[in-house]
Design a protein around this ligand. Sequence first.
Ligand code: ADE
Length: 226
Amino acid sequence: MRINVITIFPDYLEGPLGLSIPGRAREAGLIDYHLIDLRAYTTDRHRTTDDEPFGGGGGMVMKPEPFDEALRALERPGHVVSLSPRGRPFDHDTAVRFALESDLTLLCGRYKGIDERVGEAWVDEEVSIGDYVLSGGEPAALVVIDAVVRLLPGALGDHDSAASDSFYEGRLSAPAYTRPAEHRGRSVPDVLRSGDHPRIERWRTGQADAATRQRRPDLLDLDAAD
Ligand code: ADE
């Protein structure tokens, strides 16, 4: 898989993409990240990427031409996604869908967003990572990339398991414990040390259901509606 990211801050992403599972996946040849500096596609002396909004109001809007040129320069843009608080919520199912693409291009907006004509001409979908406004799409792009890469076959080692992650089966995961069995007067639940795997599985299912009911009843509502 290849992920292109168009941004005015390629350095923002370079470090994190070299670490942890995204870094290991790159080293293993499962994924290739291509960080594209939007300013390389400006033509003026000041390398301008934004301008005032038509219609007035505060803030600046990212100009269409640099994004258009950067996208034209890509041999295979593939599925083009813009990161924006106006987007549809990014979730596990979206990550699975993106992980099935061979080429994914992420556009990082800043300020009041990217000129809408870039969206019309190029963007397949806009996604948001939550109901808050970030200073730019870069942290959101890292979130999307991390969630996608860990789904690629071979990206997780034996000790990481996507199947026991929260959201994998539409609910939160059970709480986890490791050694020591006793820590500052708190013990690991006996069932987890029983060696009785069917019982452990039942306990985890019960814990996952209880946590989901308490913290994220919306996930259960959605399942019922499916
Ligand atoms: N850019 C600014 N805020 C964002 C958000 N919540 N999700 C994705 N991109 C963004």
